[in-house]
Ligand binder design. Structure first.
Ligand code: GTP
Length: 608
């Protein structure tokens, strides 16, 4: 296939607008799978993806069609993975921009449109699900015209489900999307746009060959990693990996060459032929390195499971280059890790993959964001306590600086895009009153809200509340938007005067009181009565200003006394069983001062 017969394209859509369904239809159309073979389909390969119905890891399939080679580049469809969408778009010359007729343009449709628009790729607008009874396709068309400046005659109307008008789509792809602009006659240059890790074969890099050819057996080099490899295998993806002898300029495929980790197959990396002098190579622009925005503690439920969990975590991290892992430990929870994630969903997926694929039961603590602080311009202070740094990162309360050393604090902000039915504006405003949203209308029934919020607000329960007040009618998307000055303070929890570092948090001053009350209330629920009175207290700052406190009254009667003389039939057996449980439970108790706290209490209070 010469480059002019190749098309590299993707499908982007808001969650559930039918991306996977359309991909299936296109694969059938090109004869890659037979009708109804969907179960075997690998587009949603991972079990978690299936369960949650979202596509996480980008996968690619080659569709041979009417003498052309159409490479369908799969893109993830959730807010946490914007950066990955952006990477996939870097190898696409065009996209099918899918909007479901029953829901119309949603928050992620808008976000995705702009990602594609900024990358200057051809956008083919498609309205899907036109088969649904009673949908107003014209209205959706109007939205697309008004918001994105499309013309009526370029908007396709299809049903990915029953196949209506789907057969014309690949023709449109050939007609409207330009072939890749590449060069066959120059030496190899290829871009790694995605990679994953195979336990048997090492890192597998997905590449777009921009110049020349990559052959099995040839020697290549990575530009940034500056390592030499021998190509063991190259191939194309047709659900499975199909080895070929060479990939030529314009083609998308995979390469396996003894890279030891997904880190070596760094996304954005440039590969070139070993014989080419490095100084003659201009590397690809590369991608912004994805930075984790959320950090959570990860611990095994049972301390004895640490070693096996460690292996599982390391293996999973090899496969997911966006997680960042550091060892962590706590007196109450034992050995574990501090893990950085792209967002809440990414965190949930990571945890559920650990449980499903590696059979590990894990506890994730409530996530926190990366706060920052500027240290006063005083060299002695900076050198003595902050390694000479003028700005520090604060990932958890243990890193909270001395109040007197601080010039200012900063917190990460996000831009949130929300689409809602117009009449719900009031309710939506009520969930966050600290600032107001920018409101514009999508059509006569729906509004687009743009909000700039602290990320710390968004990760607690902002989206949950949004769903609740709009009965699930809102759609949303968010992206990082720099740092703002903030008022931060350290909240500390003590039990009978003894401070418990596990429960300390960095909080925004405006939410401190509410957080303190909640923490104290939850602890009261979790800590069993003791022989004596237990006081739980939450304070803030170095002055230890008290924000909330409560008392757990002492136990009144002994448990065994209570049951004495009241055994009845099977009573003794029940009692022994109960005592057996208690004994087991004792082993899991943590001593804080003279107070016994079950390990579960820590988990329950700290977890999401
Ligand atoms: P993510 O992977 O989460 O991004 O979702 P997706 O965009 O891939 O959506 P998917 O293809 O999984 O479709 C979501 C739901 O819409 C499924 O229940 C499909 O059966 C249904 N669906 C997809 N296309 C059509 C269509 O043309 N008509 C109707 N009625 N339903 C459709």
């Amino acid at each position: 296939f010469t480059p002019d017969k190749i098309r590299n394209f993707g499908i982007v859509a808001h969650v559930d607008h039918g991306k996977s369904t359309l991909a299936d239809r296109l694969l059938e159309l090109a004869g890659v799978i037979r009708k109804g073979e969907k179960e075997k389909l690998l587009m949603d390969a991972l079990q978690v993806e299936k369960e949650r119905g979202i596509t996480v890891k980008a996968q690619t399939a080659v569709l041979p069609y009417k003498g052309h080679l159409l490479n369908l580049i799969d893109t993830p469809g959730h807010a946490d993975f914007t950066e990955e969408v952006s990477r996939s778009l870097a190898v696409c010359d065009g996209i099918l921009f899918l909007v479901a007729a029953n829901q119309g343009v949603q928050a992620q449709s808008i976000a995705n449109f702009w990602l594609a628009f900024e990358r200057n790729v051809t956008i083919i607008p498609v309205i899907n699900k036109v088969d649904i009874q009673g949908v107003n396709v014209n209205e959706v068309e109007t939205q697309m015209k008004n918001l994105f400046d499309f013309n009526s005659n370029e908007i396709l109307r299809i049903s990915a489900k029953n196949g209506l008008n789907v057969d014309g789509i690949l023709d449109k792809v050939i007609e409207r999307i330009p072939p890749p602009s590449v060069s066959l006659s120059t030496p190899l240059k290829a871009l790694i746009y995605d990679s994953y890790f195979d336990h048997f074969r090492g890192a597998i890099a997905l590449i777009l060959v921009k110049e020349g050819e990559i052959r099995r057996g040839s020697k290549i080099r990575s530009f940034h990693g500056d390592k030499e490899y021998e190509v063991q295998e190259v191939g194309i993806m047709r659900l499975e990996m199909i080895p070929v002898s060479s990939l030529y300029a314009g083609q998308v495929g995979y390469v396996i060459c003894n890279m030891k980790s997904a880190g070596e197959a760094r996304v954005g990396e440039t590969l070139f032929e070993s014989v080419t002098p490095k100084d003659t190579i201009t590397p690809f622009e590369g991608f912004r390195k994805v930075q984790p925005t959320l950090f959570a503690g990860l611990f095994p439920l049972e301390t004895s499971e640490y070693e096996s969990l460690k292996q599982a975590v390391e293996r999973l991290a090899l496969n997911d280059s966006s997680v960042v892992i550091q060892p962590d430990s706590s007196r109450a929870l034992g050995l574990g890790w501090k893990v950085g994630f792209l967002g809440v969903l990414h965190m949930e997926i990571f945890a559920s993959r650990l449980e499903q694929e590696y059979d590990s039961t894990v506890i994730l603590t409530q996530p926190s964001v990366e706060f920052r602080a500027t240290i006063k311009d005083n060299e002695t202070i900076r050198k003595k306590r902050y390694g000479g740094e003028g700005e520090i990162r604060i990932l958890d309360a243990s890193k909270f600086p001395n109040e007197g050393d601080i010039e200012k604090f900063m917190e990460p902000m996000v831009k949130v895009r929300i689409v809602i039915p117009s009449e719900m504006l009031g309710q939506v405003h009520s969930i966050y009153t600290e600032s107001r949203a920018d409101v514009s209308s999508i059509d006569e029934n729906r509004l687009l809200l743009l909000w700039r919020l602290p990320l710390a607000e968004v990760i607690t329960d902002f989206f949950e509340r949004l769903k609740r007040v709009t009965s699930g009618m809102a759609s949303f998307d968010y992206e990082a938007d720099g740092y703002d000055d903030a008022n931060l303070i350290k909240m500390t929890v003590s039990i009978n005067g003894k401070e418990i570092p596990e429960f300390s948090q960095v909080v925004r001053s405006s939410t401190a009181a509410e957080k303190a009350k909640r923490m104290v209330r939850r602890l009261k629920e979790e800590i069993p009565r003791q022989q004596f009175e237990v006081t739980i207290k939450a304070t803030v700052g170095e002055s230890k200003k008290s924000l909330a406190s409560t008392v757990i009254a002492p136990m009144k009667r002994d448990f065994t006394q209570l049951l004495k003389g009241n055994f009845g039939k099977g009573g003794m057996e029940r009692l022994n069983k109960k005592l057996g449980h208690q004994k087991k439970g004792k082993e899991r108790m943590k001593q804080i001062g003279n107070v016994q706290i079950p390990k579960e209490a820590f988990f329950n209070v700290l977890k999401n």
